[in-house]
Design a protein around this ligand. Structure first.
Ligand SMILES: [Zn+2]
Length: 322
């Protein structure tokens, strides 16, 4: 099965759509073409990585564009064999005020709904607060996400540069709003920061899932705390190499997570920037890390239970488990 629980909308813009939207917005085509302008040539730091993600931001400046990009992302995921796609994005990058936020969030929901009806795969939006925004801006984002709960928004996240903005406490009030609305809670943490950031995200923000969490394994106490408390880690192996979270695939901590009993799910993070996709990430689990078919079935079961979806959609995914 292909259940994608960590993927960014900004990492799934079709290059041909990028070119079309850029021309419409009066932006010059880069000499190397949009595909090369957005993709990373080689591993670097999280800051380098996020700069390439930001190269897509001009395409998100209208609700119509967001709706189209979201719709195409789900259609493309279905074509590549996905059973379920959670798409996350930070709407505050693309809107100027709280009303604008609502328009952008609802446009993403509409794009997903149209594509899910067309393709038959389930999908949901995870709205991301951003580390470099202040508490009040992220509270606005949380209120906008809360208003769209039940209309396509299924979760809430914190994304951005953990190296430059490691503090979680300023965002606690935004997460309280999201939790009160019944949204699933995840958080990018311990990707560039220390292991303790993952535990703090769980305790302070209410995260039941942690994005990347590559450094959790550096601290055996935090690692076993995550296992004991059922914290699910969303692993994205290729992305971790490109952001410098690990120096090579051989250093990926999946083995230490599994040995400690930490539940894992899979994502492709920003496939456009890193030239991967979920099917490739799943194959890597077998070819690079030696996972067996039984291991993959366990991943599927965990993914179905950890997905931020309603009971009916979860039951449909359960019925497809091997
Ligand atoms: Zn991510």
């Amino acid at each position: 099965m292909l259940i994608n629980l960590h993927s960014h909308l900004e990492g799934r813009v079709r290059p041909e759509t990028a070119g079309e939207l850029a021309r419409f917005a009066g932006l010059p085509d880069p000499a190397v073409g949009w595909q090369r302008a957005i993709a990373l040539d080689a591993p670097g730091t999280l800051t380098d990585y996020l700069k390439r993600v930001a190269a897509t931001y001009p395409f998100f400046r209208s609700p119509a564009n967001v709706r189209r990009i979201a719709r195409e992302a789900v259609i493309d995921a279905a074509s590549s064999g996905h059973d379920h796609l959670e798409l996350r994005f930070g709407p505050a990058t693309h809107a100027d005020d709280e009303r604008g936020l609502d328009d952008i969030v609802r446009a993403a929901c509409e794009g997903l709904r149209e594509a899910s009806e067309l393709t038959g795969i389930s999908s949901g939006i995870v709205v991301a607060a951003l580390r470099h925004h202040d508490a009040e801006s992220n509270e606005q984002v949380a209120r906008s996400a809360a208003r769209a709960a039940g209309e396509g928004v299924v979760g809430f996240d914190l994304a951005g540069d953990e190296l430059l903005y490691p503090a979680l406490e300023p965002h606690a009030s935004a997460f309280a709003i999201a939790r009160a609305a019944g949204l699933g809670i995840t958080c990018h943490a311990a990707e560039a920061g220390p292991a303790s950031a993952a535990r703090e995200a769980a305790e302070l923000l209410g995260a039941t899932r942690i994005g990347h969490g590559a450094h959790i394994v550096d601290d055996p106490e935090v690692l076993s705390w995550c296992a004991d408390h059922g914290v699910v880690v969303e692993i994205c192996p290729t992305s971790n190499v490109y952001t410098g979270a690990i120096s090579s695939l051989d250093d990926h901590p999946q083995g230490a997570f599994r040995a400690a009993g930490v539940a894992l799910v899979l994502g492709d993070d920003n496939p456009l920037q890193t030239g991967t996709d979920l099917a490739h990430e799943r194959r890597l689990l077998q070819t690079a890390f030696g996972w067996t078919d039984d291991d993959l079935r366990a991943l599927d079961r965990t993914s179905v239970e950890a997905a931020f979806i309603d009971a009916g959609a979860r039951e449909r995914l359960r019925s497809r488990l091997g």
